[in-house]
Design a protein around this ligand. Sequence first.
Ligand SMILES: [Ca+2]
Ligand SMILES: [Ca+2]
Ligand SMILES: [Ca+2]
Length: 418
Amino acid sequence: MSGSTKAVALACALGLAACDAFMPSAPLDEDVLDGTIEGMTASQVGQHIAGDEEFGRVFAVADGLGPIFVAASCEQCHAGDGKGHPAFSLVRFGRPGIAGFDPMPAFGGPQLQHRSIPGYPAEAVPQEAVGVSTFNPPAVTGLGFLDAVDDATLIALADPNDMDGDGISGRLQLHEPDELIEAALELERRGSPDPDARGTLVNGRYIGRFGKKALTVNLLHQTVGAYQQDMGVTSDLLSEDLFNPASGSRASDSAPDPEVSSATVANVVFYLKTLRVPSRRDQGDADVLAGQQIFADIGCVGCHVPTLMTGASEIEVLDRVEFHPYTDLLLHDMGPELDDGYTEGRALTSEWRTPPLWGIGLQDSFQGGQAFFMHDGRARTLDEAILLHGGEASGARTRFSGLSAEDQARLIRFLESL
Ligand SMILES: [Ca+2]
Ligand SMILES: [Ca+2]
Ligand SMILES: [Ca+2]
C-alpha cells in the first residue's frame, strides 16, 4: 500500500471520509506502472525525476515541435508508461524494392508524420506504398533490464536454423553500421562497467533490440529517434529537422537546433532505464500456477522466455540480476496473418520481435479501459491475441486450441497475473 492509500484507509477507519466513493478509485501500489526501481542513490533519484519531467514535457512550436510530427510529448503516447491507445499509433510504410525493402524516403517514408505546425504541409501515406503497418505504443516499464542484457546472451538465444528442431528459430535483428548507431553505442559504452558486452559486431552488423522489429540498438538510439521522428525535435545525435519531401521545401521550424540538449536526452534515457518491472498479482493462486505450467508445456516459452540475466550495469539494481520479461528479444516469423508487407532492417515483413509480457494484465487500465493487443492492437482479448499467432508460433497456437476450456482459462489467468 502506498502512503496515500494508507492515509485514506486510516481516514475511513476513523469515519473521517466518505469512503465508499473514495476507496475504489485509489489505485493499488501494484497497479501503478510508473514506479522506480529500488536502491537508487539520491543523485540517481534526481536524474530519474529530471527525466520524468522531460518525458512529460509538451513541446510547443517555439520549443521546436515539428515542422512535421505525430505527437507533442513522449507521455501522450506512453501515458502512465503503459501501452498507448491506438489513437497514438505510428504509421510506417514502404514497398518492395530492387535491393530489398524500399522505405520510400522520397515520399517521406518510412514513418508518417500526419501533423504539422501552422503554415507547413503534413504528410499523407503515398498511393505508391505497398506495405503499410500500424504500431501501437508499447509500455516502457522495465526497459533498463532489457537494455542491460549482454549481446552474448542474445547471440546464444538465437537459433536461426532451428538446430534444436522445435519449429522455432529466432533471429537477431542486425543493422549496418552508421554514424548514429555507432555514436549511440559509444556513448552508452562510456558509462558501462563492461563496455565490451555491448556493440558486438555480428557479420559486420550491430544487434537491434528495441521496437517491434528491433529497429534500435539501445535506449539512447530509441530516444533520439523518437524525439526526431515522433515529435520533430532535434538532438545532438539527430540534429536535422524533419521535412516533408512532398512539399518540395527543406524549410524547417525557427527553433535553433539541437532542440533538446544531450543532458536532457541522457536524463530521459536514465528515466527509462530506472522504471521498475510491473509487479505480479495473484502469483500464488492455484489457477495462475497451473496456467504458468501450461504456458511452458505448450511451448509459449520458446519465444516468451521467462527468465533472462542482465550483464554488468552502473546501476546497482540492474547489475547482473535475473528478471522475468517473457521475451527473447529476437525476431520470429509470425505467419501471413501478421504480415503487413512492411519491414525494417533485415527482418522479413512477417517477422516481429517477441514483446515482453510483463504488465500485460494491467494494460487495459492504460488504454482507456479497453485492451488492444499485438503490434497494431487488432486483438481485443488475450484469447484473440493467441489465436493470431502463426508461422513459428503455429505449434503453440494449435496446442492452445487443443486445451480444455478450463486449461485455456488457467493460461489466461496466468497472463493476467503478469
Ligand atoms: Ca523541430
Ligand atoms: Ca515521414
Ligand atoms: Ca529546429
